[in-house]
Design a binder for this molecule. Sequence first.
Ligand SMILES: [Zn+2]
Ligand SMILES: [Zn+2]
Length: 350
Amino acid sequence: MTLDTATFEARALPERAELLPGVWRLPLPLKDSPLGHVNTYLVRADDGYLLVDCGWDTADTLKALEGHLRALDIRFGDVRHLVVTHIHPDHYGLAGRLREITTADLSFHRLERLYIESRYANADELLEEMREWLRLNGTPQAELDQLSRGSTGMLSRVQIAYPDTTLDGGEEIPCGRFAFKVIWTPGHSAGHICLYDARHKVLLSGDHVLPRITPSVGLHVRTTGNPLADFLDSLKLIGRFEAELVLPGHGDPFRGLPERTAALIAHHQQRLDEILALLTPGSDQARTAFDIARSMRWSSRRNWDDLGGFERRMAVTETLAHVELLHSRGTVEKHCGEGIVTYYLPLNDG
Ligand SMILES: [Zn+2]
Ligand SMILES: [Zn+2]
């Protein structure tokens, strides 16, 4: 998640709620995370229940899910389907355990399937690559360890599970009174999906559109393509859906989808402008992504010095997503020499 508006004080877990007949919000705790909770959505199906997203693999998260189900008189065995919007630990980490204790088949996008091994099985290799790449983007030697190892704590919160069905987008998932269309919304994650039911005008938005915080869009060492360009396109796409109710991965259900997607697009335009203002024409004073990130605002209440290693890395990867978008548009020049990548504005000869 972006650090812009996230609040870091501990918040109470939101209440479980039946939002529509047969659709429940089951908030699960994310201990030590600024997000505080992740929403799992439970939908009554003809043959049992569907869960959308499942929290990460910690005892308290599993216990909370069990408590929600017990209160609704549902057994783990009644959960027949699990759809994961993307494989970030807070949405997918518990999937492996749920495969063991439920009867659920697991579905997610085929691009998320691609990342499972590199992210969660061969993490040491990724760490080495990450370290080298952070160095390439200007991270000082003294901070390399802290930044590259920033998220290793997450590995213990993921039990790998492979999908029974990979999705491409465009499928329809029938589920009781609902028929969810799978919408591929790359950006926050390459294979992120949303689920949309046209009849009830309800959208399960995962981390693509959140009510209060800005989803993190970062360019990482193994990112392919242009994630911020993808994200902005996906926001335009999803903003056209007629959703009366949006059920996000974090925070409260909300209305006003087109207004929210427009606000997110405007936020990124501001960030692009902020970066342009930090760069100068000509390569003399070219800046690395790390250097740009250090000069940017990351929260109304916290500056660079207050950020921990994981947050600093997120700041660098988010900066890279923005500056590479500017580069792809021809607005910013890029130079790689002596093992360092830098960015600057083109010289204006007029
Ligand atoms: Zn996410
Ligand atoms: Zn999330």
